[in-house]
Write a protein that binds this ligand. Structure first.
Ligand SMILES: Cc1ncc(COP(=O)(O)O)c(C=O)c1O
Length: 396
């Protein structure tokens, strides 16, 4: 794969081998132009934009997003990022001392911190259920996860695609089982929209958050919170503003609470229709399939080079457009800096608890040559420095 046409449509610096789409995405030119068009309109007549037309603009954008993710437009609100959505829920949820939130030990750090903070405040317990790596199968994962269940569990909180370990998790089965046990389900799908198919109509998640500024290609600061109607009443506004006790309430308290957040530039939220049009015009399911193939084809040789094992089976069940490799290094931050400064490779080297992972992401602008460059950089670093330690072949 080397889609030169698509490559030329991104704004990324050509001299950088960009293997870190997973952190903040990257926005293609037509979508970025749409963003600037909205910003210009805002500054040309701020009052009309923010106070008069904004509600209708946001509605149109939510309708497009709803059609894309299989949800009613009024069950979605835009938020700047997924951890904002997690904060809305964790702060609002009526946690009693002893209540438990069941998660895994693979969740994203900022969300872990949020749950820890609010659980600690209320005397509840945030359960980071340990998942043994490598994961053997979807069923093995599900069994381990529900070993963390107790009669105190109130909610299941789980990533759809994990951050540092880059794995697709079996959230369909997990939500199904959790619902059969009467639990509320909250899925952190920061990496999902635009990456793997998402249908909130069939997934039994009561609450879901996703980022549009990652794999859906919008500019930064565009994410959403979805709540099934019957749970919307639990969510307090994170910022209390005019939508609380509104003088002009709309048909939805959920929208009033979370959409009216004082003066702000919501242009990024309005680019969702342009981003969806870009994905459709460029046959994104096919682009994503090619990227996934490239990710998976390369996985074994990276594991071999670093003398490690994959964290899960290298199949579509677990691996999309990211692959995370356990790496032994005492200096992850310095290694990441070295890769960027000397080799011009943008790739994250991330700590997670006591371990470190190197994660490559592949999108439309990447090619085999990018992964070959990463491979030779790692070979060179292994041969000339002591940044990376090689474990025994069976040690993970
Ligand atoms: C699994 C997961 N959840 C949530 C987020 C949200 O990140 P933030 O709110 O810090 O932008 C990320 C970002 O990478 C993520 O990987």
């Amino acid at each position: 794969m080397q889609n030169k046409t698509l490559q030329s449509r991104f704004l990324l610096r050509p001299e950088i081998t960009f293997l870190n789409f997973g952190s903040f995405g990257a926005c293609p030119k037509p979508v970025f132009q749409d963003y600037q068009r909205w910003q210009l309109e805002l500054e040309q007549e701020p009052v009309q934009f923010i106070a008069v037309n904004g509600i209708q603009y946001l509605k149109q954008s939510r309708e497009a997003l709803g059609a894309y993710v299989g949800a009613a437009a009024d069950d979605l609100v835009y938020v700047p990022n997924p951890s904002y959505a997690v904060n809305i829920i964790a702060k609002s949820f009526d946690l009693k001392p002893g209540d438990e939130i069941l998660a895994t030990n693979l969740e994203y750090g900022a969300c872990d911190k949020t749950w820890n903070y609010y659980c600690k405040k209320s005397g509840a317990v945030y359960v980071r259920q340990p998942i043994e790596l490598p994961v053997k199968s979807r069923q093995a994962f599900i069994d381990q996860f529900f070993n963390g269940l107790s009669d105190k569990t109130r909610m299941v909180f789980i990533s759809h695609i994990t951050s540092t370990t880059g794995m697709i998790l079996p959230v369909e089965e997990i939500c199904e089982i959790a619902k059969s046990k009467g639990l509320i389900t909250f899925v952190d799908g920061a990496h999902t929209p635009g990456h793997i198919p998402l249908d909130l109509g069939t997934l039994k998640a009561d609450i879901y958050t996703g980022a549009c500024h990652k794999w859906m290609l919008t500019p930064k600061g565009c994410s959403f919170l979805y709540m099934r109607k019957e749970y919307q009443y639990i969510a307090d506004p994170l910022v209390v503003s005019w939508g609380y006790d509104s003088a002009f309430p709309s048909h939805s308290r959920f929208l009033d609470y979370h959409q009216m957040q004082g003066t702000r530039d919501f242009s990024a939220f309005l680019t969702v229709p342009a981003a969806i049009a870009f994905l459709e015009e460029n046959n994104w399911p096919e682009v994503a399939r090619e990227c996934r193939n490239l990710v998976q084809r390369n996985a074994p040789r990276f594991c071999e080079l670093l003398k490690t094992q994959p964290l899960c089976p290298i199949t579509d069940d677990f691996i999309g457009q990211m692959f995370s490799i356990p790496i032994q290094t005492e200096q992850p931050e310095a290694l990441q800096r070295l890769l960027f400064e000397v080799y011009k490779i943008e790739i994250p080297v991330m700590r997670h608890d006591a371990r470190v992972f190197l994660r490559y992401s592949i999108n439309a602008f990447n090619s085999q040559a990018d992964l070959d460059r990463l491979y030779s950089a790692l070979e060179n670093i292994l041969a000339t420095t002591d940044f990376i330690r090689l474990p025994g072949a069976t040690e993970l």
